[in-house]
Design a protein around this ligand. Structure first.
Ligand SMILES: C[S@@+](CC[C@H](N)C(=O)[O-])C[C@H]1O[C@@H](n2cnc3c(N)ncnc32)[C@H](O)[C@@H]1O
Length: 256
């Protein structure tokens, strides 16, 4: 099986055709949250800045379609994952229910639901609800014997004990939305991908749940954050992205 590769195609099809059964150590999936097309528009749109109103064709499904889609792609990841492997799924309040239902149906054990507190979250324009400032990352495993590099994660925890000693990392991660130099931008200054995830998030996940030489797979690669961080830490990597332009951007990023 080929590794260190980015496929431009549909993840369900590619997982089933190109990825061997029980071959993957760690999956990180950042699927469409199904939140586009809700009629909200950001006046004076700051597209390309830190905030971005997601409005993408790949992110618009009916509720039954979305549950069915979740079943299919999680099923394809399940086939590819080793018995002691881990899967991390990024989600928000829009899609956490579907992801949890399908993980339970596939007989996964949820180890953590990590809360990502976005320290620079977008203000709420409607003024009718509390400002949304969190997303979640579900960490699920198949059986016992999963990898958790506890000591390594302690070392990279920015929070320390009162006496300065290392502290266990909690399931509450305070990380800004990607900004500054880390944000991939085109010549016109606009963000190249609307939902680029922080490298720090992938660093924690990859260091916690894989070892050097392990294979890390991302079925919704987007701008390539997962493969970029996997390569940086000596893991093998496989990325799948259906959009031609995003796949090109991710491939370009790997050359850095
Ligand atoms: C939420 S974004 C992932 C962003 C990524 N984590 C990053 O840091 O850039 C989801 C991506 O999945 C892609 N996508 C949507 N449906 C797909 C499918 N069926 N197969 C492969 N990619 C898909 C979209 O084009 C989009 O780039």
């Amino acid at each position: 099986m080929k590794t260190n590769i980015i496929y431009n195609g549909d993840c369900i099809d590619t997982l089933n055709k190109k990825v061997e059964e029980k071959s993957i150590d760690l999956v990180f999936a950042d699927p469409p949250y199904n939140l586009s097309g809700n009629g909200l528009h950001w006046k004076g749109n700051k597209t390309g800045g830190d905030w971005y109103m997601v409005d993408e064709e790949w992110d618009k499904m009916s509720a039954p379609e979305y549950l069915q889609f979740t079943r299919k792609w999680l099923g394809a990841c399940d086939r590819a994952l080793k018995d002691k492997g881990s899967i991390y799924v990024a989600c928000s309040y829009h899609n956490i229910a579907e992801v949890m239902i399908v993980l339970k149906q596939l007989d996964y054990k949820v180890n953590n639901v990590i809360t990502w507190y976005k320290t620079n979250a977008m203000p709420n324009m409607t003024r009718r609800v509390f400002t949304h400032s969190t997303e979640f990352v579900i960490w699920a495993v198949k059986g016992s014997g999963w990898t958790f590099n506890y000591e390594e994660i302690k070392k990279i925890n920015p929070n320390k004990q009162k006496d300065g000693n290392l502290k266990q990392m909690r399931d509450f991660w305070e990380l800004p939305l990607v900004q500054g130099k880390e944000r991939l931008r085109g010549d016109n200054g606009r963000a190249l991908h609307p939902t680029q995830k922080p490298e720090e998030m992938l660093t924690r996940i990859i260091l916690a749940s894989s070892n050097k030489g392990d294979i890390v797979l991302d079925p919704f690669l987007g701008s390539g954050t997962t493969t970029y961080v996997a390569k940086k830490y000596g893991r093998k990597w496989i990325g799948i992205e259906q959009d031609k332009e995003y796949a090109r951007i991710a491939k370009q990023r790997m050359k850095k």
